[in-house]
Design a protein around this ligand. Structure first.
Ligand SMILES: *Cc1c(COP(=O)(O)O)cnc(C)c1O
Length: 387
C-alpha cells in the first residue's frame, strides 16, 4: 500500500463505528468494569482496549497505529505536545549519572530541557557539531546513553548524517533519538536510517491547521515498552479532541506537504536572487552544505527554511516585517498559513557567524505569486521606501 492510500484508509474501521467514515471521540476518564474478573484481566493488559482516560481511547490507538505504520515503527504513543514527546523520549533512556550527546542545532526548548532539567537529575549533556558524522565516536563515554539529533535543525537547517551517527552510537550501546518534525514520517524514514526513537511535534504538519497541540513518540521494538511506560507514568496524555484533529490532519498531509514543498522551493529560489539576501538555507537547494545528505536520506522537503539577510538596521527590518500581509509573525509552523520569524540560533559547540538577521520562513498554502509580491513589497520597505 502506498502512503497516500494508507493515509486515506488507515486508522479507521467503519464497520466498528456504525458505518460512520470517521471514528468517534470518547471523552473519558473512568472506564467501569462489569466484574472483578474483567477488572483483573484489564490490569494484566494495560495497553489493550480502554482502561483509563490517561492511557488512551480507541481513537488514540487508531491514530497511533497509523503514525507507527507510516514511519515503520514498532509502536507509537501520542502525548500532549511536541515538547512532551521530546521529554518522554529523553526520560525513557536516561538515569542519574548518564551522559547524552545532543546536536548543536536542536530546537531551543530541547536545549533548555537538557540544560535546566536533565542537569538537575544528574544527567550531563555534551553538544556536538551537526556535521560531525562518524566522528561522534570520540565523544561517546562509558555512560553515554543517547544521541539526540534533529535534521534539518529547525532554525538553521543543517542536516546530520544520521546513518553514520547511528552506526557509531549503536556500536557503543547508545540509543538514537531523532526529532522528525520537519520531514514527517512521509519524507524521512527514521527507522530505516537507524533511529531508535522518533519524535514528532504533530502540532505542526500532522494537525496542519494551527489549531491543536499534539505530540507523537514512535519507537522500534527494543524501545517501545520504554516510551509507553514513560508516557503513562509521567502522565503526558493527549486530549481526545486534539487526537481527532491529528487523525483528520493525516488524511490530507501528503497533499499538503507536496504543495508546501513546491511553494517553499519557489519562494526560496526567488529569495536567493534578491540583493537583500545573504544566504538562503534550504536543504533541497544545491547550494545547501548538506544537500547531498538530504538527497540521500530524505524523500522530500517540507515548507520551512531559513534566510539570512544582509546586515540591516532594526527599524528597517521592522518596517519590512510589520507590513507583511500574508506572512504572520509567530511561533510554531506547519499550518496552512505562511509565517516569518526572526530567530537567534543558540550555539555552544559551533558558531553561528552571520551578522545580518536570520529569518525562519514557513510557506503555507497561499498562491506563490501573492507571497512573492508580499515579500517584494517588504524588501521595498526594508530599503526605506514608504510602504
Ligand atoms: C515545535 C517543535 C517542537 C515542539 O512542539 P510543540 O507541540 O510546540 O511542543 C519540537 N520539535 C521541533 C523541531 C519543533 O519545531
Amino acid at each position: 500500500m502506498h502512503d497516500d492510500t494508507r493515509l486515506a484508509h488507515g486508522g479507521r474501521d467503519p464497520a466498528r463505528q456504525n458505518g460512520a467514515v470517521n471514528p468517534p471521540v470518547h471523552h473519558v476518564s473512568t472506564v467501569v468494569y462489569e466484574s472483578l474478573e474483567a477488572l483483573e484481566h484489564a490490569r494484566t493488559r494495560p495497553y489493550e482496549g480502554m482502561t483509563y482516560g490517561l492511557r488512551g481511547t480507541p481513537l488514540h490507538f487508531d491514530f497511533e497505529h497509523l503514525m507507527a505504520e507510516l514511519e515503520g515503527a514498532h509502536a507509537a504513543v501520542s502525548c500532549c505536545s511536541g515538547l512532551a514527546a521530546i521529554n518522554i523520549a529523553l526520560m525513557s533512556v536516561v538515569e542519574a549519572g548518564a551522559h547524552v550527546l545532543v546536536a548543536d542545532n536542536v530546537y531551543g526548548p530541547t536545549r533548555q530541557l537538557c540544560d535546566n532539567w536533565l542537569t538537575r537529575l544528574g544527567v550531563e549533556t555534551t553538544y556536538f557539531d551537526p556535521e560531525i558524522g562518524s566522528r561522534i565516536e570520540s565523544l561517546i563515554r562509558p555512560h553515554t546513553k543517547a544521541v539526540f539529533v534533529e535534521a534539518p535543525g529547525s532554525s538553521t537547517f543543517e542536516i546530520c548524517d544520521v546513518p553514520a551517527i547511528a552506526g557509531r552510537a549503536h556500536a557503543h550501546d547508545c540509543s538514537v533519538l531523532f526529532d522528525n518534525t520537519w520531514a514527517t514520517p512521509l519524507y524521512f524514514p527514521a527507522f530505516e536510517r537507524g533511529v531508535d526513537i522518533s519524535i514528532h511535534a504533530a502540532t505542526k504538519y500532522v494537525v496542519g491547521h494551527a489549531d491543536a497541540m499534539l505530540g507523537v513518540v514512535s519507537a522500534n521494538a527494543a524501545h517501545a515498552g520504554r516510551i509507553r511506560r514513560a508516557t503513562h507514568q509521567l502522565g503526558y496524555c493527549a486530549g481526545p479532541d486534539d487526537v481527532y484533529l491529528g487523525l483528520r490532519g493525516l488524511r490530507s498531509m501528503s497533499v499538503r506537504l507536496r504543495q508546501h514543498e513546491s511553494s517553499a522551493l519557489a519562494v526560496a529560489n526567488w529569495l536567493a536572487g534578491r540583493p537583500e539576501v545573504a544566504r538562503v538555507i534550504h536543504p533541497a537547494r544545491a547550494d545547501h552544505p548538506q544537500h547531498d545528505l538530504w538527497r540521500r536520506d530524505f524523500t522530500g522537503a517540507s515548507g520551512l527554511f531559513g534566510v539570512v539577510l544582509e546586515p540591516v538596521a532594526k527599524d528597517r527590518l521592522a518596517a519590512m516585517l510589520d507590513g507583511l500581509e500574508y506572512f504572520g509573525m509567530g511561533y510554531s509552523w506547519g499550518g496552512y498559513e505562511s509565517l516569518i520569524l526572526p530567530v537567534e540560533p543558540q550555539r555552544s559547540a559551533t558558531r553561528w557567524s552571520y551578522e545580518g538577521p536570520t529569518l525562519r520562513i514557513h510557506v503555507g498554502l497561499e498562491a506563490v505569486d501573492d507571497l512573492v509580491e508580499d515579500l517584494a513589497a517588504g524588501f521595498n520597505r526594508l530599503a526605506g521606501n514608504p510602504g
